[in-house]
Design a protein around this ligand. Structure first.
Ligand code: HEC
Ligand code: HEC
Ligand code: HEC
Ligand code: HEC
Ligand code: HEC
Ligand code: HEC
Length: 218
């Protein structure tokens, strides 16, 4: 090997070495070392591509733990394969299921006012809108492909209002929603009435009024 080649190799190794801990990181949480996957291979595979699955494998600083972060300590279930020995958030009360999620999400700005919010008080937990393994939307792990469709499963009156002169008249001539419900509402809880996400309810009314003007001009 010529001197130049050797120098190149040394430089190359030198450049790589700081990357070594990063390159090693995924394997620390790699699926095959996960004790749940020997029996739940299919759900484990589909979980990999969800935001939680990605965070679990690649961002152990943000997602601490494995499947047990949401399912609780699993040793007794792993040993017995008895389904009654593991927590399934879907069969917990809405309150308990939401607490599972809030362990990690309560400090986020968006979810900070969840406790005591309208949806919380009405007994609708995180899982009335989200699903960890069977989400239908491309974003935000929602149970329905489209946000408005999800809301209408419970808020029929708002669907009707969209066709009348109201705050909620914001469909275009093809009856498509041109703005998302979350443009005005934060369904996770707010300090204002009607879960309005804007700084004040009047801001949101202005947004609604402005939108109606745009819509009526076609
Ligand atoms: C030795 C095999 C085995 C291992 C290991 C295993 N499970 Fe299971 N698990 C089962 C079987 C069998 C069932 C019942 C049938 C089903 O739902 O697939 C089940 C059911 C479940 C359920 C549904 C429970 C219910 O009542 O709705 C959850 C949640 C679950 N497992 C999570 C886990 C998690 C998390 C781990 C790792 C900590 C794990 N399992 C490890 C075999 C196993
Ligand atoms: C162990 C911590 C932890 C737990 C428990 C947890 N999450 Fe997450 N969640 C995360 C992390 C980390 C992300 C990734 C954030 C990102 O990529 O910006 C995330 C992302 C999300 C997202 C955003 C998905 C997207 O498309 O960006 C939703 C929705 C979500 N979680 C809902 C839930 C629900 C519902 C539960 C309870 C069933 C839950 N989370 C439990 C840590 C957690
Ligand atoms: C009434 C339906 C509904 C409920 C209940 C609900 N969410 Fe959401 N969530 C949404 C919608 C819609 C979005 C996407 C639009 C948005 O960001 O507001 C979302 C987005 C998110 C995101 C993505 C990042 C963000 O902050 O926008 C996270 C994380 C999240 N929800 C966690 C939770 C947790 C945790 C709970 C329970 C404490 C919960 N959600 C309850 C409908 C809901
Ligand atoms: C972010 C929280 C979270 C994590 C992490 C998580 N689960 Fe789940 N799991 C849930 C929730 C919530 C349900 C209820 C159904 C749903 O919402 O998709 C569930 C349901 C299940 C079920 C019952 C069958 C079904 O299809 O609903 C099994 C089995 C399961 N999880 C296994 C796992 C395994 C294995 C892992 C790790 C690869 C894992 N879970 C990681 C939240 C989580
Ligand atoms: C599982 C049923 C369910 C789903 C899905 C749902 N909600 Fe709700 N929502 C309720 C219930 C129940 C209440 C409390 C009673 C009421 O005010 O209607 C509520 C309250 C509200 C309120 C406050 C009403 C008030 O008078 O203060 C707003 C705003 C709202 N929801 C918006 C949404 C949006 C936006 C979505 C979709 C992202 C959504 N909801 C999805 C059931 C649901
Ligand atoms: C342009 C802003 C805006 C958008 C977008 C919006 N809302 Fe509203 N919403 C409001 C305002 C302002 C109020 C409170 C005043 C009122 O009741 O008219 C409200 C009130 C509500 C209420 C309380 C009860 C009711 O019927 O008035 C519900 C439920 C609701 N919205 C659901 C939704 C849903 C579901 C969507 C998406 C399909 C949505 N909103 C989109 C501004 C908006």
């Amino acid at each position: 090997m010529s001197r130049i080649d050797l120098t190149a190799v040394i430089i190359w190794l030198g450049l790589l070495s700081p990357l070594a801990p990063i390159m090693a990181r995924p394997s620390a949480n790699a699926p095959r070392e996960n004790p749940c996957l020997s029996c739940h291979e299919a759900i484990g595979k589909s979980f990999d591509s969800t935001p939680h699955g990605k965070a679990m494998r690649f961002e152990p600083g943000r997602f601490v733990g494995d499947c047990q972060a949401c399912h609780g300590y699993g040793a007794a279930h792993i040993e017995s394969a008895d389904p009654t020995k593991i927590a399934n958030p879907a069969t917990l009360s809405a309150l308990e299921a939401s607490e599972t999620c809030l362990k990690c999400h309560q400090t986020e700005k968006h979810q900070m006012f969840w406790r005591g919010s309208q949806h919380d008080l009405a007994g609708n937990g995180c899982l009335s809108c989200h699903s960890a393994h069977h989400a239908k939307s491309e974003e935000a792990l929602l149970r329905s492909p489209k946000q408005a469709g999800l809301c209408f499963t419970c808020h029929q009156n708002v669907r009707k209002a969209q066709l009348q002169r109201s705050t909620h008249l914001f469909r275009d001539e093809h009856l498509r929603n041109r703005i998302d419900c979350a443009s005005c509402h934060n369904v996770h809880g707010t300090q204002t009435e009607k879960l309005i996400a804007a700084n004040s309810v009047s801001d949101s009314h202005n947004l609604a009024r402005r939108w109606r003007r745009v819509a009526s001009q076609g």
